[in-house]
Design a protein. Structure first.
Lengths: 117, 106
């Protein structure tokens, strides 16, 4: 059974660094072809892809946010992390991690992050 | 960046009615993916590689298209299909999603 779950701070102040964790089970990120992505969704709006990391450790970023993003994984291949630096109000959203094989076939429940002073 | 434009933005259908949602890409893409998102829930994969049905998805859903024009069809609308639908491409970086189509039940 594949499950993913995001965790994060809930709320943080502008200019701080947002750190998110995706903990997953039921698959291994070391399996060839496996990818885990981060996607966010502001309330009432569409989805925005942020970053991805694959089984080989290759990283992919949305060019529009690349300078602020860092994606990584743990050595046991059961967690993926995302850091977003210099957050502002526009980064307020629900953040999802999702497994990608053919499309995003499994998603976490999402974690809501509010940037506010 | 490839922009995906969905139409209609909002629509409503009666039970049993056929529904078609269109996704136009600003440049040619090799494949399209479709997701269903119900209120307060995470998106759910419906269609991958343009026309393949994801596991557990009812066969009243189908996808088709090529190049810059793709569509998602619900053959016979059911009340549980009321949701927002998104198309998605990853033929070029960045991966992008459409703006969504909200489907309501009449």
């Amino acid at each position: 059974q594949v499950t993913l779950k995001e965790s994060g701070p809930g709320m943080l102040q502008p200019s701080k660094t947002l750190s998110l964790t995706c903990s997953f089970s039921g698959f291994s990120l070391s399996t060839s072809g496996m990818v885990v992505s981060w996607i966010r969704q502001p309330s009432g709006k569409s989805l925005e892809w942020l970053a991805a990391i694959d089984w080989d450790g290759d990283k992919y970023y949305n060019p529009s946010l690349k300078s602020r993003l860092t994606v990584s994984k743990d050595t046991s291949n059961t967690q993926v992390f995302l850091k977003i630096t210099s957050v502002d109000i526009a980064d307020t959203a629900t953040y999802y991690c999702a497994r990608a094989t053919e499309g995003f076939d499994y998603w976490g429940q999402g974690v809501m992050v509010t940037v506010s002073s | 960046e490839i922009v995906l434009t969905q139409s209609p933005t909002t629509t409503a259908a009666s039970p049993g009615e056929k529904v078609t949602i269109t996704c136009l890409a600003s440049s040619s893409v090799s494949n399209m993916y479709w997701y269903q998102q119900k209120s307060g829930a995470s998106p759910k994969l419906l269609i991958y590689s343009t026309s393949s049905l994801a596991s557990g998805v009812p066969d009243r859903f189908s996808g088709s298209g090529s190049g810059t024009s793709y569509s998602l069809t619900i053959n016979t609308m059911e009340a549980e299909d009321a949701a927002t639908y998104y198309c998605q491409q990853w033929s070029s970086n960045p991966l992008t999603f459409g703006s969504g189509t909200k489907l309501e039940i009449k």
